[in-house]
Design a protein around this ligand. Structure first.
Ligand SMILES: Cc1ncc(COP(=O)(O)O)c(C=O)c1O
Length: 377
């Protein structure tokens, strides 16, 4: 079976874990967490990062930073992962689900404008498949209405919009290092703080609501509980793995991009015959080859293709069940506008295997299988 994903070790992961185990600190914010943070701080400078145990954790810190109250609203796409909404529901806020753009499956900025009310406390955009949202319009909306902008960049490490790194546009941004992402540590994530007014409090929230970080820097003489918080730190073994990945990130990106480009070239003829649609990459963005997806004509065809590929030993997978249609989404959220592009993405989008160790022969095999499916039907 060619799996959908296979975690990739770039070289130094096990050596760094061995070193972490011998250094005498396995809990968070030791040697490797500091080095990983420094790497990310340099990469995203002048923004500052805080490593977390997951992107979910980073989103929960963001939600705590906004000091939400019951009745407050967050505008976000329905076509996203549960954590994008759940983090805010945990604080009593209401997710307001809007549609995605039919071309890049990122939040539809026209729908965002229509959904803004006096209760809106944040706009959360998701860079689906590592493809950028329309950041010019989102930043302008955020400024026009004085509403914080949060980028859920779980899938977007290494992507850019108009030459600028994704994650650096919003007041806050969140990244995932889960094993299905480009840069991995099993579970893992980080919060990127662009608006510095949030940084000190984010550091406290991340450390169970205490001033432990500033205490250990010698900036305060008492270590105590001062705010709401939770335990959002990764342990040192995770950070050791992560550092090795970060140091190899350009190599990982290139490997993924080569595979992504091969898929695109080989499947182009099917797009020209109107059998499938391929991702559209506008001239304004560069992407990180996080995901290669194709769009089938309808749900029945997509399900048949999944089965056909499975019979050929290929694991291809669909993606989100729209949040507005989920039991929790219906209970906690509300819909703004029509969500037909969300439903189309949920029904028609199919993700193909993509991981650095996938061989070009395997990509050829997968593309030939897709072609033979479309000559059979
Ligand atoms: C858009 C989005 N947000 C948040 C997450 C949560 O990431 P994590 O698994 O690191 O908590 C994911 C995970 O796939 C995601 O795709």
């Amino acid at each position: 079976m060619i799996p959908f994903n296979k975690p990739y070790l770039s070289g130094n992961e096990l050596e760094y874990i061995r070193k972490a185990a011998t250094l005498g600190q396995l809990s968070g914010d030791g040697h490797f967490t500091k080095l990983s943070k420094k790497w990310l701080d340099d990469y995203y400078s002048p923004a500052k990062t805080l490593l977390t145990h997951s992107c979910t954790g980073a989103l929960e810190i963001a939600a705590l930073l906004l000091e939400l109250e019951p009745g407050d609203e967050i505008i976000l796409p329905s076509y996203t992962f549960v954590s994008s909404a759940n983090a805010f529901v945990l604080r009593g806020a209401t997710p307001v689900f809007v549609d995605v753009d039919p071309v890049n499956f990122c939040i539809d900025v026209h729908q965002v404008r229509k959904a803004i009310t006096s209760k809106t406390k944040a706009i959360l955009c998701v860079h689906y498949a590592g493809l950028s949202c329309d950041m010019t319009t989102l930043v302008n909306l955020s400024k026009e209405f004085s509403i914080p902008l949060i980028e859920d960049a779980a899938q977007a490490f290494g992507s850019t919009y108009k030459g600028r790194k994704l994650g650096t546009f919003g007041d806050l941004a969140t990244f995932s290092f889960h094993e299905t992402k480009n840069i991995i540590s099993g579970e893992g994530g980080c919060l990127l703080v662009n608006n510095q007014k949030y940084y000190n409090r984010a550091e406290i929230i991340r450390e169970k609501g205490t001033n432990r970080s500033s205490f250990f820097r010698g900036q305060t003489d008492k270590y105590t509980w001062i705010d709401l918080g939770s335990s959002f730190l990764p342990g040192e073994l995770i950070s050791a793995f992560l550092l090795a990945q970060l140091e190899s990130s350009s190599q990982i990106l290139n490997m993924r991009l080569n595979l992504w480009n091969s898929y695109y070239k080989m499947l182009q003829s099917l797009q020209e015959k109107d059998k499938i649609k391929l991702p559209f990459i506008s001239g304004e963005i560069s992407h990180n080859a996080h995901m290669f997806f194709v769009l089938c004509s309808n749900l029945i065809e997509r399900q048949a293709l999944i089965k056909y590929l499975r019979d050929q030993g290929i694991q291809a997978v669909f993606h989100y069940v729209p949040l507005h249609s989920s039991p929790a989404g219906q209970r906690f959220g509300r819909i703004s506008g029509k969500l037909q592009n969300t439903i189309k993405a949920s029904d028609c989008l199919l993700r193909l295997p993509l991981f650095p160790n996938l061989s070009s022969e395997q990509v050829l095999y997968i593309c030939s299988a897709i072609e033979s499916f479309y000559t059979c039907i």
